[in-house]
Design a protein. Structure first.
Ligand SMILES: [Zn+2]
Length: 396
């Protein structure tokens, strides 16, 4: 299989570290609100990759975290005057329920940041020992200058970044590009609404980036196969994850970086902060999980996707065609594959092997439905039954 690797900017042969076993880490949601429609795409893309790899006989180990320590969570807890843990518990449950409705496989491990603060502290200590991080007034920062590879994933020039970062200079940092690994808490914090954890640098909270480095390494090891997430996470989140992890271990972190394109409405990304989003729950109620999956998979996973009622209606109509063919062939006796069904299966595999080309794979399945209907009209029930079996295998 070939996959586009953001790290090398090329489409490469995908070769797992251990033959037959694939480890995947996916950045999960920050649970300060219900998931929106865009979160569906970030879940469906790794789900399809995992299902395909499993179908091809690999054993996949899939981790997706829950970010349940973050400034936005605390802001919401304060606004609603309730414990931060109550906020995150509420939305983690909603998220889990909606992902199940969407039909994505549950990851094997769903670690929460709050359960891994000790691992984060240990990682930060290791970075300090190795000269890649420093304490400053209760905060700990990663020293970007100490990691010459910084900027490799996102293709950014460190000097240019530095000029931009000077605008918001912070005297606690040695370099404007340094980012927080640990955020010391103000004296009035440390309550249920704004929890803090004890650390060698005083009470505080981990930064968002270190959360993913600590959780991925704990469950998948210091080096693993695939790290996935939305395109909006490439910089700074994933760039920082690489810097932290590789500086701490001296080993290469994730080998393949797979990023899905974002969901747009008009020219803008669908996001909470822009206020132009519909929730995943609303989208599921309105269109149904199958149409949502069909809609997302009709575009290349790397392209941006425009939300449009017409495209969702097309996805629905396509599903109806599949459904009509499956109903029309429901009573046929099973038959072994035919030359035609084998050829269609090979075309499907070729599309998926080519950087997960789901639009081409979908087109192949539509060809199968068209051919199957022609066989039914011509009375060739064996040929139709073989295509029915194929459709159920590949898209059931
Ligand atoms: Zn992450």
């Amino acid at each position: 299989m070939r996959l586009y690797n953001t790290l090398t900017r090329t489409t490469e042969a995908f070769v797992p570290r251990d033959a037959g076993r694939v480890s995947i880490y996916v950045c999960g949601q920050t649970v300060q609100d219900v998931p929106h429609f865009g979160h569906a795409r970030a879940a469906i893309v790794p789900d399809v990759l995992r299902r395909y790899l499993e179908w091809r006989g690999h054993q996949v180990f899939h981790v997706r975290n829950i970010t349940d320590i973050e400034d936005k969570i605390i802001a919401r807890a304060k606004a609603e005057d309730r414990p931060a843990a109550a906020v995150t518990e509420t939305f983690a449950r909603v998220s889990e329920r909606e992902m199940e409705r969407l039909g994505v496989l549950q990851p094997h491990i769903v670690p929460r940041a709050t359960g891994h603060v000790l691992e984060m502290i240990a990682l930060i200590e290791r970075l300090i020992e190795r000269g890649h991080a420093y304490e400053s007034g209760g905060d700990v920062f990663f020293s970007v200058r100490s990691f010459p590879e910084y900027g490799r994933l996102s293709g950014r020039d460190v000097d240019e970044l530095r000029v931009g970062a000077r605008v918001e200079a912070d005297e606690r940092k040695r370099d404007p590009l340094d980012f927080a690994l640990w955020k010391g808490a103000p004296a009035d914090e440390g309550s249920l609404t704004s929890p803090t954890w004890p650390s060698p640098w005083g009470p505080g909270r981990p930064g968002w980036h270190i959360e993913c480095s600590a959780m991925s390494t704990k469950y998948l090891g210091e080096s693993f196969d695939i790290h996935a997430g939305g395109m909006d996470l490439v910089f700074p989140h994933h760039e920082n994850e690489i810097a932290q992890s590789e500086a701490a271990t001296g080993k290469s972190f994730a080998r393949y970086w797979i990023h899905n394109g974002l969901l747009h409405i008009g020219t803008e990304k669908m996001s909470k902060s822009l206020g132009n989003f519909i929730t995943l729950g609303e989208a599921l109620d309105r269109y149904g999980a199958d149409a949502l999956r069909m809609f997302f998979l009709s575009s290349s996973y790397r392209s941006p996707v425009d939300f449009s009622e017409e495209r969702l209606a097309e996805a629905r109509a396509g599903l109806d065609r599949w459904g009509a063919f499956l109903r029309a062939t429901a009573g046929l006796d099973p038959v072994p594959p035919t030359a035609e069904s084998t050829e269609i299966r090979e075309r499907f595999v070729a599309a998926m092997e080519d950087d997960l080309s789901t639009p081409r794979a979908q087109a192949v399945l539509f060809d199968a439905v068209t051919a199957g209907n022609q066989h039914l009209e011509a009375g060739d029930v064996k040929a139709a039954a073989a295509l029915r079996a194929l459709l159920l295998e590949l898209a059931g």
